[in-house]
Structures are given as structure tokens and as C-alpha cells.
Design a protein around this ligand. Structure first.
Ligand SMILES: [Zn+2]
Length: 425
């Protein structure tokens, strides 16, 4: 079953109406508690979660027992991954457990689809990630690669059985109604990626659901949930790969526009050029910044393995004056665009991932010079911080898994979770 809307969690996250009966209230509290375990990455004790959600201690005990009985969580004596000896704090002399991912608990499968490769991974409730497959596209077409992804996904679905609560896919294209409306590979044009990857008819509801989103949007979502933008009220995130995409996040939720395709910042004339762009517009920012900007600045073609060659330019910048100059120009162009976007959107902080983080780390001076030059004067004494991603290559994948958990961690999502004796894996 494919879900045709790509990204509409505002309605699902906001608790599907008011809970009125005691059964609804209980379902609502179970979802809230499980959501808090997920958001806390399995590092919070039961006492901390109880305080955070303003629950009575007895209620929390009953809810934890219920979630554990349904194999949604397992209570450990210390956070998973904590060093020996770092046990959970005691409350009134008694140890308090740490609700964590159950070994038979829910799994979100996530795919990072790129025009030159794909990565498939499994995420547990608390965000622990296991990469299952990673493959370069090599000489095959984009359509053949998608068929390969679908076959591997099917085999991993079998491996995890009923534990799979959905599949999230990050794609290198704006996404509208589940379709790639302007992908980087021509043979992906208008493909409904969620439909192509959806499970066979007859698979249980959530297990078969595929949710697709733009890779840069999902990279930003991941930073807001697990990375440098956690807790930031209004954040701007910029993800640079072949092009430049991103997202504005308000209270941790992406603002994705009327059709789900906002955030195409690379296609704004932020650096004053006028040349035509592949997107149909002219003077686009990404012609001067990002991989395209770097390659154009050293006079290399914009075809083929652009990311690899752009990274080679950055690596050679310290020893090759031509590469050094190209990096400085692309870095300054990156900063100028960021300043313009900050003027427009007034974020508290700006996250940078992909090539944006690499350019900033290699040439922070030119990025900051461009940034301050375009900021309005009143903003300059306290410019929003530029924060390179700490999630690295896992950003878009992590965001894709968050799409799945956003749909699952609701009363309706939990209602579809099978009771242990009915499970097949
Ligand atoms: Zn453009």
C-alpha cells in the first residue's frame, strides 16, 4: 500500500483530535510516551520521561508495562551504549529504569536515493541505525537502479517481517504528491517513487507504507531531531550536493509549502548572475555555489561524478592555487546566499550539510565574509550561528526514518502494531 501524500505529518503529529474516552486517553498517552522515548534516543530514565510528560508516577509505570508487554520497548538498567558504571540515577533510593528499543520492536527502513548510488538502512525506535546495503549506480539507468532498490527492499522487509512499520525514501528531487517532479536524472521525471517501492498487495497497513521526501528537506528534519538544530525554535537548513536545497523548520517541523516542494534555495538569484540554469530559471545561486559553482570556477564540465570532483577541488585547494581560488569564490558565494536567506527568514541558527559543511570547514573565512556582507546591518552584531552537520552521510537517511516514525508514533499507528503472539518475526 503506498501513501500518496509525501509529507503531511502536521495532522498526524498533532494527536488526531482530542482524546475523550478513557481508552482514547490511554492510547494517546502510550503514543506520547513512546514518542518521548524515541525523541530522547533511549537515553532518558522513566523518572525523567514521567516529569517531561507531566504524568503521575503510577500512570507512567502502567504505561511502561503496557508498552513493554507489546514489545515496543524494553526497560534497561542503564542507557544502551552508556559506558560501564554509568548507571541510571536513583530516585528516592530506588533505581529507575531506562525505556529503550525492544529487540523485537519496531523498525523503520530508510533509503537514501541519489543519482549515482543508494543506501538502505534499518532504524530502531531510539534512532540506532544499521546500514544494510550501499551500492553505486555504475553503468545502469536510473530506472534499473530503482528496480534494484525495490528488490533489495523486498528482501529486507522479509528479514524484519512484522517489525517493519514503514519505509522512508529520500530522493534528489522536489517531491509533490509522491512524485519526483524535477529529478537530477531525466529518466526519473514524474516517477511515483513511493508506488514503485510499495509492498505487494496484502501486506499489513503500515508495514507496506512508503513515504517519500526531498533529500535536503529530510537532512534538515534529521538535524532538528538528532543533530545540530535540536531545540532550535526557527532554523534554516541548507544541504548542498549537486544542487543546493534546504528547508525552514519551525518548532522542529519542516515548512514544505502548499505542494510539498518548498526549499529550492539553489534556484534563487542570490548572487547576482543572469545565466540560464538547467531548472528553467536564470542566475540561480547554485551556478556560483555548491558543486556546480566549484566545477564552473575551475573550468570543469558539470556532467558525471560532480560530487567526487567537487570534493577533489576542495582537497587540492591548499596546494593548487587554481583550486584554492575556486574554493574561495564558491565559499564566498555560499555565504552571500546564506546572508540573503537569513534576511528573508530570520532563523535562530543555520545548519549546513553535505558539501556546504565541507566548504565551510575548508574555507570559513570567505563563507563568513560573504555572509556578513549581505546581512542587513541590524543583524550583524549577532548573526545566526552557522552549524556544520554532525550526522554526516546519514542525514537524509535519518530524516527518512523520522518520516516513518512520525506516522507510527500516533494512536492510529500504534493501533496497527501487532500483539506479540500474532507476529511473524
Ligand atoms: Zn536553477
Amino acid at each position: 500500500m503506498a501513501v500518496d501524500q509525501a509529507w503531511h505529518h502536521r495532522s498526524v503529529r498533532k494527536d488526531e483530535g482530542a482524546a475523550t474516552t478513557s481508552a482514547e486517553l490511554r492510547a494517546h498517552n502510550l503514543a506520547r510516551l513512546l514518542r518521548a522515548v524515541h525523541d530522547g534516543g533511549g537515553q532518558l530514565t522513566r523518572a525523567q520521561l514521567t516529569r517531561q510528560l507531566s504524568l503521575a508516577r503510577g500512570t507512567a509505570t502502567v504505561l511502561v508495562r503496557d508498552l513493554a508487554g507489546r514489545q515496543l520497548i524494553e526497560e534497561l538498567s542503564s542507557p544502551a551504549g552508556a559506558p560501564e558504571g554509568l548507571k541510571a540515577p536513583r530516585t528516592r533510593g530506588r533505581p529507575t529504569g531506562v525505556p529503550s528499543a525492544h529487540p523485537q520492536g519496531p523498525v523503520a527502513l530508510a533509503i537514501d536515493l541519489r543519482d549515482d548510488s543508494f543506501t538502505l538502512a534499518a532504524f530502531e525506535l531510539t534512532g540506532r541505525c544499521t546500514v544494510l546495503d550501499r551500492k553505486e549506480r555504475e553503468a545502469i539507468s536510473g530506472t534499473r537502479m530503482l528496480a534494484d532498490v525495490a528488490a533489495r527492499l523486498k528482501s529486507h522487509r522479509r528479514q524484519f517481517g512484522d517489525r517493519v512499520v514503514g519505509v522512508g525514501v529520500a530522493v534528489p528531487s522536489p517531491v509533490s504528491a509522491g512524485q519526483m517532479v524535477q529529478p537530477t536524472l531525466p529518466d526519473w521525471q514524474d516517477l511515483g517513487v513511493a508506488d514503485i517501492l510499495a509492498a505487494d498487495e496484502g501486506d499489513r497497513g503500515f508495514a507496506g507504507a512508503v513515504l517519500a521526501g526531498n533529500d535536503a528537506t529530510l537532512a534538515g528534519l534529521a538535524e532538528a531531531r538528532r543533530g545540530v538544530l535540536r531545540g532550535v525554535s526557527v532554523a534554516l537548513h541548507l544541504h548542498v550536493a549537486t544542487g543546493i536545497g534546504g528547508v525552514l523548520l519551525s518548532g522542529g517541523l519542516p515548512v514544505t509549502g502548499a505542494h510539498g516542494s518548498a526549499g529550492e534555495f539553489g534556484h534563487m538569484p542570490l548572487t547576482g548572475g543572469s545565466e540560464p540554469c538547467r531548472c528553467g530559471s536564470a542566475g540561480c545561486w547554485e551556478l556560483d555555489a555548491g558543486a556546480r559553482g566549484l566545477l564552473r570556477a575551475v573550468g570543469q564540465p558539470e556532467e558525471g561524478d560532480r560530487m567526487v570532483r567537487a570534493e577533489q577541488v576542495i582537497a587540492a585547494a591548499a596546494t593548487d592555487p587554481g583550486c584554492g581560488e575556486a574554493l574561495a569564490r564558491a565559499a564566498e558565494a555560499l555565504g552571500r546566499g546564506i546572508g540573503a536567506l537569513v534576511n528573508a527568514q530570520d532563523p535562530e541558527a543555520v545548519g549546513l550539510s553535505g558539501l556546504a559543511a565541507e566548504v565551510y570547514q575548508a574555507a570559513p573565512g570567505p563563507v563568513r565574509a560573504g555572509y556578513l556582507a549581505t546581512l542587513m546591518r541590524f543583524r550583524r552584531p549577532a548573526p545566526p550561528a552557522l552549524l556544520p552537520s554532525t550526522l554526516g552521510d546519514l542525514g537524509a537517511l535519518t530524516g527518512a526514518s523520522e518520516l516513518v516514525f512520525d506516522a507510527f508514533l500516533t494512536p492510529r499507528g500504534l493501533g496497527a502494531w501487532p500483539v506479540p503472539e500474532e507476529k511473524t518475526a
